[in-house]
Design a protein around this ligand. Structure first.
Ligand code: ATP
Ligand code: MG
Length: 562
C-alpha cells in the first residue's frame, strides 16, 4: 500500500481501530480480536453504556472478531436478575448479538479463589484484620505513605487458613479482608495493598448462598478478561490508574501468554441529564420519574419508550467518536440523530394538539370527501393514506390570530390559507365565548382549489382533522429532564434533583387522523408540522397514547439564543 493511502486510511480510524489494525498486521494477538462489554447488573443501561456497547460489539464486527457479554456481578447486595434481563434486552434491541458467550464474573468465583490462594502462597497476598475504616484512614495521601498493616507479614500458612475459614463463613462481615501485598508507599493509591476479598454474608442472584466472601471489582475484572481470552479490554478513562494493578495481578499470577491489554477512552457525557446509575436509581426510587424506562430517562429502555430507534443511537454513537479526553456532548446531537432517522422512516399523520373548531360555511353539511395524504415523502413507494374531510374541522389554536402581526402567514380574519391536502379557505368571522376566547372560526372555501387540481398559491398551509372523524388521543409531551446543562454542578450542599425541569412532562388530549386508530405499540409517526411521536405501551384499544419523541426542530437552540 502506498504510504499516502495508508495515512489516509489510518486518518479515518479512531485510536482503537489503529491499535487493532496494527496488532493484526504484526500478529500480536495471533489474528484474534476479542472484546467484551462488562456491565454490572446494578441498574438499567444508559446512553453511555450504549456507546460502550456499540464500540465493543462494533469493533468485533468490523475486525471479524468476537464480543462477549460479561456481567461483572461481584456485589450481590446491589445486583439482581431484573437488571440482568433488562441489560440483555437492551443490547439485543440495539442490534448486537453475543451468541452463546454470556458470561458472569460469578462463574469464575472458584477460579478466582484458587488464584488468590496462589498469590497468598507466593507471599503476595495476606489476610488483614484491620476494619474498613482503619484501612481507609491508613491509606495515606499520594505524597505520604500509607500505614503498614500489622498483619502484613503474618505467615503464609496463617493467611491460607484464615482465608479458607473466611470462605467457610466463620467470621462476621467486615472483620477480615484479603489484601494484595504490593507497596504502601506507592504514589498510585490503587497499589497500596488493595483489598481483593471482603466478607459479605449476602445471597447472590446466581451463586445463592455458596459464597460469603466476594472478590473486589479490581481483582475480578482483569482476571475475568484473562479467563475469557480477551485481546482488547476497553474501558473508560478512570480505569487508567487501575491498569498497573491489573498488570501486577497478571505478572504475579505468572501469566505470560494471551494477556489482555487494556485501553481507555473518555466516557460519554451528555448535557441536560445525569448518567450515574446511582443518581438514576435515586430518581426511580424517589418517584421523580415513572421508572427506569420513563421516556425522560437517559436509559436505553427510556429512549426506546420515548420512540428512539436503535439505528439512531448507533449513528449517534458513531458521530460522538472515541475520544481520549473528557468532553460533554450536546443533547441536541442525540435529538438530531433521531430526527434524521424518523424523517426517513416514519409515516406522516395530522394531529391537532390544541384544537379550535373551524367551520366551512359554504361546504355541504353532510358531505365527506376522502382525500389522499402522502405516507412518507422520503419513501414515495409507501403510497397514500386516506384522510376524511368535512364541513367541521379542528385546527391548531396557535395557527389562528385575530390581530396578527404582518409576518404571520397563518389564519386571521380576511386571510387565506391552504388546508393541507385539501382546499384553500378564507376566514370570514369568529365566534367567541363570554371570556373572549375564540370558540369557532368560520371560513368559506373555494371548490376549485382542491390540492392537486389547483395552482393557486397562498403563504400558509395548516394541518387539521375532521371533527366527525378524528380520534381522541392522550399525548405526552416530554421535554428534557433537567433544565440546566450540568445538573451536578451544584452549590455547597445542593442536590442535583433541584435542577429537575418542572415542565419535563405535559399530558394533553389531542385529536388525530382516524387512520391511526388501530396503531400498535412502538409505531412511530411524524405529526405534520409538530414533531415525532410514538405509541406508548400504555395504549390500548379505545385509548391511544402517544409519546413525543422529539419536536420537529430544536426548540432549545432558539430558547438559549435569547
Ligand atoms: P455508571 O458510572 O454510569 O453508574 P458504571 O461504569 O458503573 O456506570 P458498568 O456497568 O460498570 O457501569 O459499565 C459497563 C461498561 O460500560 C464499562 O465498561 C464502562 O466503562 C462502560 N460505561 C459506563 N458508563 C459509560 C459512559 N458514560 N460512556 C462510555 N462507556 C461507559
Ligand atoms: Mg462500573
Amino acid at each position: 500500500m502506498k504510504e499516502e493511502e495508508k495515512n489516509k486510511q489510518t486518518g479515518s480510524l479512531n485510536f482503537l481501530e489503529q491499535v487493532i489494525t496494527k496488532d493484526l498486521e504484526q500478529g500480536n494477538t495471533k489474528g484474534r480480536v476479542h472484546t467484551r462489554f462488562p456491565p454490572e447488573p446494578n441498574g438499567y443501561l444508559h446512553i453511555g453504556h450504549a456507546k460502550s456497547i456499540c464500540l465493543n460489539f462494533g469493533l468485533a464486527n468490523k475486525y471479524n472478531g468476537k464480543c462477549n457479554l460479561r456481567f461483572d456481578d461481584t456485589n450481590p447486595t446491589k445486583e439482581s436478575i431484573e437488571y440482568v434481563n433488562s441489560i440483555k434486552e437492551d443490547i439485543r434491541w440495539l442490534g448486537f448479538d453475543w451468541e452463546d458467550r454470556e458470561y458472569y464474573a460469578s462463574d469464575y468465583f472458584d477460579k478466582l479463589y484458587e488464584m488468590a490462594r496462589y498469590l497468598i502462597k507466593k507471599g503476595k497476598a495476606y489476610v488483614c484484620e484491620m476494619t474498613g475504616e482503619e484501612i481507609a484512614a491508613g491509606r495515606g495521601t499520594p505524597s505520604t505513605p500509607g500505614k503498614i498493616s500489622p498483619w502484613r507479614d503474618r505467615p503464609v500458612e496463617e493467611s491460607l487458613d484464615l482465608f479458607d475459614r473466611m470462605k467457610k463463613g466463620e467470621f462476621p462481615d467486615g472483620s477480615k479482608v484479603l489484601r494484595a501485598k504490593i507497596y504502601m508507599a506507592s504514589p498510585n493509591m490503587h497499589m497500596r495493598d488493595p483489598v481483593m476479598y471482603r466478607i459479605m454474608h449476602a445471597r447472590h442472584h446466581r451463586t445463592q448462598d455458596k459464597w460469603c466472601i466476594y472478590p473486589m471489582y479490581d481483582w475480578a475484572h482483569g482476571q475475568s478478561d484473562y479467563l475469557e481470552n480477551i485481546t482488547h479490554s476497553i474501558c473508560t478513562l478512570e480505569f487508567e490508574v487501575h491498569r498497573p494493578l491489573y498488570d501486577w495481578f497478571l505478572d504475579n499470577l505468572d501469566v505470560k501468554v494471551n494477556r489482555p491489554r487494556q485501553f481507555e477512552f473518555a466516557r460519554l457525557n451528555l448535557n441536560y441529564t445525569v448518567m450515574s446509575k446511582r443518581k438514576l436509581l435515586e430518581l426511580v426510587e424517589g418517584d421523580y420519574v415513572s421508572g427506569w424506562n420513563d421516556p425522560r430517562m437517559p436509559t436505553i429502555s427510556g429512549l426506546r419508550r420515548r420512540g428512539y430507534t436503535p439505528a439512531s443511537i448507533r449513528v449517534f454513537s458513531e458521530k460522538v467518536g472515541v475520544a481520549k479526553r473528557e468532553n460533554v456532548i450536546d443533547m441536541a446531537l442525540l435529538e438530531h440523530c433521531v430526527r434524521e432517522d424518523l424523517n426517513k422512516n416514519s409515516e406522516r399523520l395530522m394531529a391537532v394538539l390544541d384544537p379550535v373548531k373551524l367551520v366551512i360555511d359554504n361546504y355541504p353539511d353532510d358531505k365527506t370527501e376522502i382525500l389522499e395524504g402522502i405516507r412518507n415523502p422520503e419513501r414515495p413507494e409507501q403510497g397514500h393514506r386516506n384522510i376524511p374531510f368535512s364541513k367541521t374541522l379542528y385546527i391548531e389554536r396557535k395557527d389562528f390570530m385575530e390581530d396578527p402581526p404582518k409576518k404571520f402567514f397563518r389564519l386571521a380574519p380576511g386571510r387565506e390559507v391552504r388546508l393541507k391536502y385539501a382546499y384553500i379557505v378564507k376566514c370570514e368571522n369568529v365566534v367567541k365565548d363570554s371570556a373572549g376566547n375564540v370558540t369557532e372560526i368560520h371560513c368559506t372555501y373555494d371548490p376549485e382549489t382542491r390540492s392537486g387540481n389547483s395552482t393557486k398559491k397562498v403563504k400558509g398551509t395548516l394541518h387539521w382533522v375532521s371533527a366527525g372523524h378524528a380520534v381522541e388521543a392522550e399525548v405526552r409531551l416530554y421535554d428534557r429532564l433537567f433544565d440546566v446543562e450540568d445538573p451536578t454542578d451544584l452549590p455547597e450542599g445542593g442536590d442535583f434533583k433541584d435542577n429537575l425541569n418542572p415542565d419535563s412532562l405535559q399530558i394533553i388530549k389531542g385529536l388525530v387522523e382516524p387512520s391511526v386508530k388501530d396503531a400498535k405499540q412502538g409505531e412511530r409517526y411524524q405529526f405534520e408540522r409538530t414533531g415525532y411521536f410514538c405509541i406508548d405501551p400504555d395504549s390500548k384499544p379505545g385509548k391511544l397514547v402517544f409519546n413525543r419523541t422529539v419536536s420537529l426542530r430544536d426548540s432549545w437552540a432558539k430558547m438559549h439564543k435569547k
